[in-house]
Every structure is written in structure tokens, then in C-alpha cells.
Design a protein around this ligand. Structure first.
Ligand SMILES: CC(C)(COP(=O)(O)OP(=O)(O)OC[C@H]1O[C@@H](n2cnc3c(N)ncnc32)[C@H](O)[C@@H]1OP(=O)(O)O)[C@@H](O)C(=O)NCCC(=O)NCCS
Length: 434
């Protein structure tokens, strides 16, 4: 019997089956042959929320949640955050290798020349109310780009795919900035090709009457680091949405909009906005113990704490804490940091959090930095979506190039009725529906 196999005995029939083990997994389809008889569909696994199911083989992002490791294409996140720009990391995620100096120059030039939006996109955005959530505007506008680039439907042509990838990476900061300017009632600012990726984003957000916007270099670098940290995170909820929707061969704009919609949820990308609300609710350092007590009594969750895969300190949170110090040297002290540090201090030694391995995640400090830089909480998830677009696109490309992938279509365990007798409307008995 080969060693890398699993032997399963079906106690219903006494039959024994062998399934190969590859990369620590067995193939779910190998279970299908385990049947009680010819009529039996075969055994399935039941795994709500994909707690223990690999949906793909991937070579993009590696996470070891127990050890607190995050690597893009084999490079530790700490090294990339220290030495690279976001667009350099974007190249790495998409193409698998770090670019040479000339490849990077070309790549940056290409992305820079795709930052402009079609004027009809501007008109589309003008239709939103001024109190529309910027994330709702971003998701809708990403989807609307599909109508401007109908050729993007041709997802099987690699050149065409690459063009859409460049357009999306180039345009997502422009859409994000427009959604912000719209919500505060300022005129839109067009991209400035002389500026770097983060500087141009800051220009489109904050340029007022000055002839040329000059970004603070410390804040621009901090933003670029935050972009690097948020660029990809393997099979999270939005990456899974990207792969699932993309598996139907939907065009990349609609698919990215679907991924961004997943990111908008408070359990995913919306958490940093929730962290700020939580810190506001706590109000002062003195109120932290009472707040922790409330959480332990089951009244809510400590936002920015806990992670599906990290059961150790999120490595991104460490870099963010360091980045926060640099930002505060420019912007001045943020009183929320004091509350956050106290929350972290108490939670890290409290039995409830220790036992459940609940550590600060990337969202715990990012919101405080964003606020210090002048962003409103409504913009936080949008700031997450900008770099994550690259990760989604890398996951999407990998999925399309994987010959094993098909349209994503999970199975279900049926727990409903067998065939029921139809009851005419006049004979139906009311059930309490509200
Ligand atoms: C991220 C998150 C959704 C992961 O959830 P998960 O892997 O499904 O973990 P579970 O919800 O099963 O949590 C396990 C236990 O820890 C508790 N827990 C998890 N996160 C918690 C938090 N932030 N505060 C308090 N308790 C928490 C759960 O109540 C549960 O306790 P129980 O075993 O007594 O029932 C969850 O930790 C969370 O909601 N965190 C806050 C939101 C957040 O910061 N999200 C950003 C993620 S980057």
C-alpha cells in the first residue's frame, strides 16, 4: 500500500477504499465512489464556510496562520513592505517574479497611462446622492466599467486580459478618489502622470486650488506600505467571490465588482471602519476594562481582533503599528491610538482572548492611520479595495489558467421536504410569517 494514501472503511457496507493524499489533501471526488448501492449518489463532505476545504491550488500568497507568516510568491511580507513599492509588488503578484528596473519602469508607465476615466464614468458617478457610501459607489462604478470596455468579455485572450488588468489597477484609485470627492461635493481631480501611484491618488483626493499637488513623502510612503500589506491574502471571502464569479467567465469588471461587494461586509474589509466606531464608542482609555467585560459577556465582538486563519499576531498588524508611528510624527498624536493600545494590552493577557487565540488583525491599526491621514471612516474599505484589486486579478488569472477549474458550483445537503401535495390557495392555513 503506498504511504501517501488514506484508507477509509465504510461501516455501512464494510467496504474499504483508498484515496491518494497530495499536498495534505484528499480529493473530495474520490469520496464519491463510496456508495451504499447503485442508487446512492456517493459520499460528499459537508463544510459550511469552507473551514477545511481547499478550493484551488495556488502559488500566489502563502499564509501560515499558526506561525503568523504571510508571503507573496515566496517573499516575506515584511521584506516586501520594507524594500518595494506597491506597483513592484503588484507585478510580483501578477507575474510571479519581481521586476527588473526596466520592467518596473515600463510597468509603472503602463499603469500610469491607464489612470484616466472615460467622461461617461464621471457622469455615471454624478448620479449618486452625496450621502451614498463610497464603497457602494466603487462597487457600482467598477461594474459600470464593463459597459465601457465590452471587449473585456474576451477573457480567453491573454493580451486582452492583461489590458483589462492594467486598466483596473490604473483606474481603481481614480474611481475611489472620485467617490470621495463626490461625497464631499468637491469637483473631480484628473490624474497627474508625473506622480507615483500613491501620490497621484492623494492628488486626486486632496488637490484644491494649488497648480500642482505635492504629497507629503512620509504619508505617501505609508499609504504605499498599506497598499502592499493589503494587496492579497489568499483565499479570503472576496478572493473566493472573485474566483467563483470569474469561473462563470464573467468579464473582469463585473467580477471585480463582485469581489469588492464581498469586501464591503463588516466581517471582511468593513472591519476597520467598525474599529473606529468601536473606539469612538469606548471614548477613553478608562472605559476599556468595562468594554472588554461586555465583549466577554457575549455582547458584541472586539472589532479588529480575531482572524479565520491567523491564530497568532497578524504579521501585517506589526508592520502597520510601525507605520503608524511614522505617520503620527507627521500628523500629530491620535487619541484613539491610546485607547487601541490599551485594548490590545488588556486583551492580549485576558484568558478569554488568549484561549481563543484572538490577536489584533490588519484592521485594528489601519483605521487609526487612515483617520490620522485625513480619511473619513466611510473611505476605509475603499482604501482596502484599491490594492486588493491586484490580488483579485492575480487570483482570477490563476483560476482561468488552471485546467482543473470549472464553474464553481458547490453541493448541498438537502434538509427540506420530500415531494409535497399542492394545496389550493383557499385551503391554505396561515402560518406566522411576521
Ligand atoms: C474575523 C472573524 C470573522 C473570524 O471568525 P471565525 O474564524 O469564524 O471565528 P469564530 O467566529 O468561530 O470565533 C471563535 C471564538 O472566538 C470568539 N471571537 C472571535 N472573534 C472575536 C472578537 N473579535 N471578539 C470577541 N470574540 C471573538 C467567537 O465568539 C468564538 O467564541 P466561542 O468559541 O466562545 O463561540 C472574527 O474573529 C470576527 O468577527 N472578528 C471581528 C471582525 C474583524 O476584525 N474582521 C476583520 C478580519 S481581517
Amino acid at each position: 500500500m503506498p504511504q501517501d494514501t488514506l484508507t477509509i472503511t465504510d461501516n455501512r457496507t464494510g467496504q474499504t477504499y483508498t484515496a491518494p493524499i497530495d499536498h495534505g489533501t484528499i480529493r473530495a471526488m474520490d469520496l464519491r465512489k463510496i456508495k451504499t448501492g447503485a442508487e446512492d449518489f456517493g459520499l460528499m463532505t459537508y463544510d459550511p464556510a469552507f473551514m477545511n476545504t481547499a478550493s484551488c491550488r495556488s502559488a500566489i500568497t502563502y499564509i501560515d496562520g499558526d506561525k503568523g507568516i504571510l508571503r507573496y510568491r515566496g517573499y516575506p511580507i515584511e521584506v516586501l513592505a520594507e524594500h518595494c513599492t506597491f506597483l513592484e509588488v503588484a507585478y510580483l503578484l501578477l507575474f510571479g517574479e519581481l521586476p527588473t528596473a526596466s520592467e518596473l519602469k515600463h510597468w509603472v508607465g503602463e499603469i500610469t497611462h491607464h489612470t484616466m476615466l472615460h467622461e461617461s464614468t464621471k457622469k455615471f458617478m454624478e448620479g449618486f446622492g452625496h450621502d451614498a457610501h463610497p464603497m457602494a459607489m466603487l462597487v457600482s462604478t467598477l461594474a459600470a466599467l464593463s459597459s465601457i470596455y465590452p471587449e473585456s468579455r474576451n477573457i480567453h485572450d491573454p493580451d486582452n486580459r492583461l489590458l483589462q488588468v492594467k486598466r483596473l489597477i490604473g483606474k481603481v484609485p481614480s474611481v475611489a478618489a472620485m467617490s470621495y470627492r463626490h461625497s464631499v461635493g468637491y469637483p473631480y481631480v484628473y490624474p497627474d502622470n508625473d506622480l507615483s501611484y500613491p501620490e497621484n491618488f492623494m492628488n486626486m483626493l486632496w488637490k484644491m486650488a494649488e497648480p500642482k499637488y505635492a504629497a507629503n513623502p512620509v504619508l505617501a510612503r505609508a499609504l504605499d506600505i498599506l497598499f502592499i500589506l493589503h494587496a492579497d491574502h489568499e483565499q479570503n471571502c472576496s478572493a473566493n467571490a472573485m474566483r467563483a464569479v470569474g469561473s462563470a467567465h464573467t468579464d473582469p469588471y463585473l467580477t471585480t465588482a463582485a469581489a469588492a461587494a464581498a469586501l464591503a461586509g463588516p466581517l471582511h474589509g468593513g472591519a476597520n471602519e467598525e474599529v473606529l466606531r468601536m473606539l469612538d464608542e469606548i471614548g477613553s482609555k478608562a472605559n476599556v476594562p468595562a468594554y472588554i467585560k461586555k465583549i466577554k459577556e457575549g455582547k458584541g465582538k472586539l472589532m479588529g481582533f480575531g482572524h479565520r486563519v491567523y491564530k497568532n499576531y497578524d504579521p501585517r498588524a506589526k508592520i502597520i503599528k510601525w507605520t503608524a508611528e511614522k505617520v503620527f510624527e507627521v500628523t500629530g498624536h491620535n487619541p484613539k491610538l491610546e485607547i487601541a493600545l490599551e485594548l490590545e494590552r488588556i486583551a492580549l493577557q485576558d484568558e478569554y482572548f488568549v484561549q481563543r487565540k484572538l490577536y489584533p488583525n490588519v484592521d485594528f491599526y489601519s483605521g487609526i492611520i487612515y483617520q490620522a491621514m485625513g480619511f473619513r471612516p466611510e473611505m476605509f474599505t475603499v482604501l482596502f479595495a484599491i490594492p486588493r484589486t491586484t490580488g483579485w486579478l492575480a487570483q482570477w488569472q490563476e483560476m482561468l489558467n488552471d485546467p482543473e477549474q470549472k464553474i464553481a458550483r458547490p453541493r448541498q445537503v438537502w434538509i427540506g421536504y420530500e415531494t409535497r401535495q399542492f394545496v389550493p390557495i383557499e385551503q391554505r392555513v396561515a402560518v406566522a410569517a411576521d
